[in-house]
Design a protein around this ligand. Structure first.
Ligand SMILES: NC(=O)c1ccc[n+]([C@@H]2O[C@H](COP(=O)([O-])OP(=O)(O)OC[C@H]3O[C@@H](n4cnc5c(N)ncnc54)[C@H](OP(=O)(O)O)[C@@H]3O)[C@@H](O)[C@H]2O)c1
Length: 283
């Protein structure tokens, strides 16, 4: 584990978040909570949303700005710049900041689907880049982040990036060509689990449990199963009956429950389900 000195002592020790949305906030919350960086060494910049910046300053004590001159100054001063805008805004944003960056500054991208090569082309030079894929659970410190580094990233910079993302969960360093598959597993993974949980809750309510009971039982069950898998090291702990297993004899009750849940899962997501936003506490 890298200590907090690593980020604060190197170069300027300042981290600038270019894009101040949900993912930027999740990482900043982790950095401050785990004392990996001082609030005053963190700046968060956006395009225009002043209400959002006021909230971030009040909540975390970080420096914020949406004013061109101050933004450029904060970018200049930072040793780490985190690109945290939506993919659709990336081209315009990266091209705009390119003249203010140097090859000594480390760029950390959380932008889904944007390759290291594309970022370097947009910048016009071969900057050290860490391409990352965090997930929504980073907002509560239980994230699973994949990271790929460009050849230009130094060992010290790699440690800094690991420290940043270990503050919001676990980290896997992977070659960039594996980033899409990692996105399928952990980037989008919470969505599959929520879908399954929704089906379990609905099946419980249909069977006569109260909504509160169905919800609490489902949460504790998924939590328990995850911890069980981690603690036993087994993908399917031996106490679990398996339908096609030769020796295990699943009960009739187990089979009917599994059937009810899989029937629900085979239905297309409802409009309501599709529109449920991830709640990150953003104003
Ligand atoms: N949310 C997730 O679960 C998740 C998971 C993995 C990866 N990601 C990636 O994280 C990135 C950010 O997602 P998010 O959910 O945090 O987005 P978000 O909440 O919509 O925030 C985007 C931020 O980018 C700012 N921005 C846009 N264009 C800008 C520009 N030209 N200059 C400066 N700031 C600009 C916006 O500022 P204004 O509000 O002022 O326009 C806003 O602060 C995305 O690329 C996404 O792929 C997200």
């Amino acid at each position: 584990m890298v200590t907090n000195e690593n980020i604060n002592e190197s170069h300027s020790g300042k981290i600038c978040f270019y894009g101040a949305g949900s993912m930027a906030e999740a990482i900043v919350r982790g950095l401050i909570h785990k004392q990996v960086a001082e609030p005053t060494s963190i700046s968060m910049l956006n395009r225009s949303n002043q209400e959002r910046l006021t909230y971030l300053t009040n909540q975390y004590g970080v420096v914020t700005s949406n004013q061109e001159e101050q933004k450029n100054k904060l970018l200049d001063e930072a040793s780490i710049i985190v690109l945290a805008m939506k993919p659709k805004d990336a081209k315009e944003a990266i091209t705009a900041i390119a003249p203010h960056l140097s090859e000594k500054q480390l760029l950390v991208s959380v932008i889904a689907g944007l390759s290291i090569d594309t970022i370097q082309k947009l910048l016009g030079f071969e900057a050290p880049i860490a391409r990352t894929m965090p997930n929504t659970s980073s907002s509560i410190g239980y994230g699973a982040t994949g990271i790929s580094f460009s050849d230009e990233v130094s060992e010290e910079q790699k440690q800094q990036v690991l420290t940043m993302f270990e503050a919001v969960g676990t980290v896997s360093v992977i070659p960039e060509e594996k980033m899409e598959i990692l996105t399928g597993v952990s980037g989008s993974g919470p969505a599959y689990v929520y879908l399954m949980m929704e089906a379990m809750i609905a099946a419980g309510i249909e069977g006569g449990l109260s909504p509160e009971q169905a919800r609490e039982l489902t949460i504790q069950t998924v939590l328990g199963a995850a911890v069980m898998m981690r603690e036993t090291g087994e993908e399917r702990p031996s106490c679990v009956p398996i339908l096609h297993h030769r020796t295990a004899q699943p009960s009739r009750h187990w089979i009917s429950c599994a059937r009810a849940i899989s029937q629900r899962l085979s239905k297309p997501p409802s409009a309501e389900r599709r529109s449920v936003p991830v709640r990150w506490g953003k104003p």
